[in-house]
Design a protein around this ligand. Structure first.
Ligand code: PMP
Length: 358
């Protein structure tokens, strides 16, 4: 039985990743050991983490100034780890507020220094990306969320003209589209969407922006120490990193980011075009700022929402409910979701619309 999983994260991974991960739990590459019992300071794990880092560097086209780190604590830990490492007492960090996740990042950053929210789309339910803004002089860095998982907006043109280091939360669109990743000084992303599984977080850090910080940083939260220890400061989430490696190998075999981006574009276009053609559904996001990863929409008449969910469940479609804070629906189209799954969903959407007309 096929299940069509559109969860926002943890999200669907390719079937081959599940198969290989299952095998590795029983016997990792003929060693007679389970991947779950392999130590983080063994050669076996060193090979896994080296290959995973190498693949990320290759897929993202990173230069030598950018270090790939595997960290603990989810995307949310980065909300305070970033200012802890980059924001000195008297300095200012500029933040753009485009949704729930960026506002959480702002809240944490204020614990470490001055934060100025230089732009926000809160006035219109976070339905657009603010494009006109200035940043204060002497800004340490500019932080924004490249894709807003809950609200369904995405930066399609990056604000690269501000002359300050750029720090981005790329949790929900990393590896989904071609970008010049070297233009960012710090990228962080929770793994449970496009990289791999929950339990590990990736950060890409430009070594040159790590200056002296006046307040002491706890060892486990210090990027410099993670770089020096090659991401193995303490016990690594071995299985989570191994699963990321399997998923990165899969992405490379698909033709890398350039190939997956084309499919991601087709998936999003198919779904948006279907919704736009049916008056029963509405999307509130500014068209030019629409996310290709998280498609958020509503039913004009909310009393029939449950009927729609029930029909989807009957057709083995799951994970389409909107985030609890915004309601409506959200379909997440991360890399591992095939076009064929979106084709199934679109047929069910049309069937539901027809049923309402009868
Ligand atoms: N940032 C974004 C854009 C997210 O979508 C999420 C999780 N959905 C997070 C941060 C938080 O990640 P975590 O739950 O791993 O802390």
């Amino acid at each position: 039985m096929s299940i069509y999983n559109f969860n926002a994260g943890p999200a669907a991974l390719p079937k081959t990743v599940y198969e290989q991960a299952s095998k590795a739990i029983l016997n990792y590459e003929g060693t007679g050991l389970s991947i779950l019992e392999i130590g983080h300071r063994t050669n076996l794990f060193q090979e896994i983490i080296d290959e995973a880092k190498g693949l990320l560097k290759e897929l993202m086209g990173l230069d030598n100034a950018h270090e790939v780190l595997f960290l603990h604590g989810g995307g949310s830990t980065q909300f305070f780890q970033v200012p802890m490492n980059l924001l000195n007492d008297k300095a200012t960090a500029a933040y753009i507020d485009t949704g729930i996740w960026s506002s959480k990042a702002i809240k944490e950053a204020t614990l470490y220094g001055n934060v100025e929210v230089v732009a926000s789309s809160k006035d219109k339910q976070y339905s657009y990306i603010p494009k006109q803004f200035n940043i204060p002089q002497e800004t340490s860095f500019l932080h924004f969320t490249t894709n807003n998982t809950v609200e369904g907006t995405q930066w399609h043109t990056m604000p690269t003209d501000k002359g300050v280091p750029l720090v981005v939360d790329m949790s929900s669109d990393i590896l989904s589209r071609q970008l010049d990743f070297n233009q960012f000084d710090l990228i962080y992303a929770a793994a449970q969407k496009n990289i791999g599984v929950a339990g590990v977080t990736m950060a890409v850090v430009n070594k040159n922006i790590l200056e002296e910080i006046s307040k002491p940083i706890p060892t486990l939260l210090d990027y410099k120490q993670h770089i020096a220890a090659g991401s193995i400061l303490n016990t690594s989430p071995v299985f989570a990193i191994y699963t990321c490696l399997l998923n990165l190998r899969w992405l490379k075999a698909q033709g890398g980011i350039a190939s997956i981006e084309k499919i991601n574009h087709q998936k999003a276009a198919l779904l948006y075009n279907t919704l736009d053609a049916l008056p029963l559904f509405k999307t509130i996001v500014n068209k030019e700022d629409r996310s290709k990863m998280n498609i958020c929409f509503f039913i004009e008449n909310p009393t029939i929402e449950k009927q729609f969910v029930d029909l989807c469940t009957k057709e083995n479609i799951i994970g389409i409910e909107g985030h609890r804070t915004v309601g409506g629906f959200r379909v997440s189209l991360y890399n591992a979701v095939p076009l064929s799954a979106v084709q199934v969903l679109v047929e069910v959407i049309k069937k539901f619309a027809n049923m309402q007309m009868c």
